[in-house]
Design a binder for this molecule. Structure first.
Ligand SMILES: Nc1nc2c(ncn2[C@@H]2O[C@H](COP(=O)(O)OP(=O)(O)OP(=O)(O)O)[C@@H](O)[C@H]2O)c(=O)[nH]1
Ligand SMILES: [Mg+2]
Ligand SMILES: [Zn+2]
Ligand SMILES: [Zn+2]
Length: 213
């Protein structure tokens, strides 16, 4: 399925948006709710998706698309849950785009999926510019990255529908004040925020309930 039209003068963002809209229409037709997890490298995107599968997978059929520059580490972690999962290796690219999602969808039986989690490439910059057709987009950061992530990368937080601040179990070791991050969110990108400790499963139920609303 290579419908992509790269004629000269066409804006790649515009082409991506068009494909993303078609993908969202396909999801709606099939009754699939799709969520795009963006966020920093190592912030806990995969572990949060694993924890969400444990909760949401009880009564919904979950599918996953995992994006990584190279390798199948995250793919193998999700595979263990016995849910349909597709691995996308971008090679050099630091974000997923809608055309890559179109190809990944060719490998999934959409009749057997109600909820689709997409793990974007770890990066707080360009994933913001490439919609994937998901109904909700979230950013996962962790407190081990410091307390200035939001003001350093405002755009991705502004375009997101929700923000997850993960690894709160490590707060006592980090000597940072979570209030600083929350204040930045309030000032720069006010929206739904979840505080999670994916390692011990804290805060995940609240996230799962909100996502499935
Ligand atoms: N202590 C603690 N560790 C966590 C938490 N969430 C994730 N981790 C650990 O942090 C590391 C990175 O987690 P991943 O889930 O692989 O993060 P990711 O965002 O998917 O990473 P990339 O896909 O490489 O960008 C792993 O060793 C996790 O076990 C948490 O809430 N607390
Ligand atoms: Mg991952
Ligand atoms: Zn193609
Ligand atoms: Zn990129």
């Amino acid at each position: 399925m290579h419908k992509i039209d790269l004629s000269l003068g066409k804006d790649i963002y515009e082409i991506n948006r068009k494909i993303a809209t078609e993908i969202r229409e396909l999801f709606d037709k099939k009754g699939i709710k799709a969520i795009d997890f963006m966020g920093s490298i190592g912030s806990g995107k995969t572990l949060i998706i694993e924890r969400l599968i444990e909760i949401i997978g009880k009564d919904k059929k979950v599918g996953v698309i995992v994006g990584d520059v190279t390798g199948d580490d995250d793919y193998k972690r999700i595979k263990k849950y016995g849910v349909p999962v597709v691995n996308i290796n971008t090679g050099k690219e630091c974000h997923l785009d809608a055309h890559l999602i179109e190809h990944a969808l060719e490998e999934l039986d959409l009749e057997k999926i109600n909820v689709l989690f997409i793990e974007n490439i770890g990066n707080l910059v360009c994933p913001a510019d490439f919609e994937l057709g998901a109904h909700k987009r979230g950013v996962v950061i962790s407190i081990t990255e410091g307390d200035d992530m939001v003001r350093k990368h405002p755009l991705i937080f502004q375009i997101a529908d929700f923000i997850v601040i993960n690894k709160i179990d490590l707060l006592p070791h980090m000597g940072i004040d979570i209030k600083t991050i929350l204040r930045d969110i309030e000032q720069i990108a006010p929206k739904e925020v979840f505080l999670t400790d994916a390692k011990n499963g804290r805060g995940i139920k609240e996230l799962a309930e909100w996502l499935m609303k």
